[in-house]
Design a protein around this ligand. Structure first.
Ligand SMILES: [Zn+2]
Ligand SMILES: [Zn+2]
Length: 403
């Protein structure tokens, strides 16, 4: 196996792991092997490693491993941010030192050097901006305004509660992030890539960053592919025949994918690797961006989708009682008629009830346009909700206004 094939295999494994970590618990991809891989990466390997260290190194090393795990996964730290920046810098370095100097080529003008650099800088600026943005931290000053934004629906957010850590009233759709150790309004999720929460105030920046990264990856992949193809055309590589070691006949590059891979690996190693990586990363990031847009349009968040899935999997007490009553009645009927018990129909009814409970409970869906407007103009939306609440509290438009 040559270098490029090893690289392809490594990239595929890496991207599969990323997909499993990102989407392994998503209901759209609930069929194996992604959920199993997600479990293996998040629970199987850490548990196995801990048990192995405990057996080999004793309690002190196991405690050290647990402390390292807690530092990496439970506390705010910039390890993944640094990894992203290193990956980003590495890819840009390959383009700046290996692809841009090849330009201009027929069909690939030299100005791609400048547009490529500008696109990378824009993406980097958005990454830094979203990493250091306020996701919508609930503080004593703004808690009342956030509380006016969304009503408690009685299902996902049953009642007004106080956060036990922040000692502040918890507005509907807010959650306490244990990594950042703060309550965040309309929390979508904690993102390890930006080492911050994604919430009401920075969702638009996060979305802009995702869209920019998707566009940059597709641009890099297309530019790399066209540059390599144009350079090979200029050098008339397609018309050159090779005789592989041990072979008796001459073979053209276009006739053998294996030979083409070897040639690309030898003649354009860094360019081909960066192009391949950009192409695969583009589809991954595009998938995640599409999922975020899908959630935004239906007025939901990643956290709420998780809560809905949990609610769908757990029958309420009333439903369990009704199901038991139906089961007893069906058993009695079947016994009277001398027939077998109709368990299948009962199971199907329970599944239908659970699916309805899991998919129909999106109380904050106000239509795609309004859902998007809330996220694109959060401060305006927040101010309008606070003013409306102040008006109601003051008995009408003349009432005392809240900040
Ligand atoms: Zn809190
Ligand atoms: Zn967080």
């Amino acid at each position: 196996m040559d270098e490029l094939q090893l690289l392809v295999l490594w990239c595929c494994c890496l991207l599969l792991a990323v997909v499993a970590l990102l989407f392994g618990r998503n209901p759209l991809l609930r069929h194996p092997p992604l959920p199993r891989l997600h479990w293996l990466l998040t629970e199987g390997i850490p548990t196995g490693a801990s048990a192995a260290v405990q057996r080999v190194g004793g309690g002190r090393r196991a405690a050290a491993l647990a402390a390292a795990d807690q530092f990496c996964c439970e506390r705010s730290n910039p390890a993944v941010q640094v990894f992203f920046l290193a990956l980003f810098a590495g890819c840009y370095w390959v383009f700046a030192w290996h692809v841009f100097p090849m330009l201009p080529l027929p069909g690939v003008p030299a100005w791609h050097r400048y547009t490529g650099t500008a696109a990378a800088l824009a993406c980097l600026a958005l990454f830094l901006a979203v990493s250091w943005s306020d996701p919508g931290t609930v503080t004593p000053v703004n808690a009342a305004a956030h509380a006016a934004l969304y009503p408690h629906d009685g299902v996902l957010y049953p009642e007004r509660k106080q956060c036990a850590t922040c000692c502040l009233p918890r507005p509907a759709r807010s959650k306490h992030c244990r990594v950042c150790n703060k309550c965040v309004a309309r929390l979508d999720h904690h993102c390890i890539w930006i080492n911050s929460c994604v919430g009401l105030l920075n969702m638009r920046l996060f979305l802009a960053f995702l869209l920019a990264t998707t566009a940059l990856c597709f641009y890099a992949a297309a530019l790399g592919f066209r540059t390599l193809a144009a350079d090979m055309a200029v050098h008339e590589t397609w018309g050159v025949a090779f005789r592989p070691y041990g072979a008796s006949e001459m073979i053209y590059l276009s006739q053998s994918k294996r030979l083409l891979l070897r040639y690309l690996s030898a003649a354009y190693g860094p360019q081909a690797a960066a192009t391949l990586f950009a192409g695969m990363a583009a589809w991954i990031v595009a998938g995640f961006t599409g999922y975020q847009l899908f959630l935004l349009c239906r007025g939901s968040t990643t956290v709420e989708e998780h809560m809905l899935r949990q609610a769908a999997a757990t029958p309420t007490a009333a439903e369990a009682e009704a199901a038991e009553a139906r089961r007893i009645e069906a058993r009695a009927d079947a016994a009277l008629r001398g027939e077998a018990l109709p368990d299948r129909a009962e199971e199907e009814m329970q599944q239908r009830q659970q699916q309805q409970r899991g998919t129909s409970g999106r109380p904050y869906d106000r239509g795609p346009a309004r859902n998007l407007a809330e996220v694109l103009f959060p401060r305006r939306h927040l101010a309008a909700a606070a003013a409306a609440a102040a008006g109601r509290a003051g008995g009408g438009p003349g009432g005392k206004k809240r900040a």
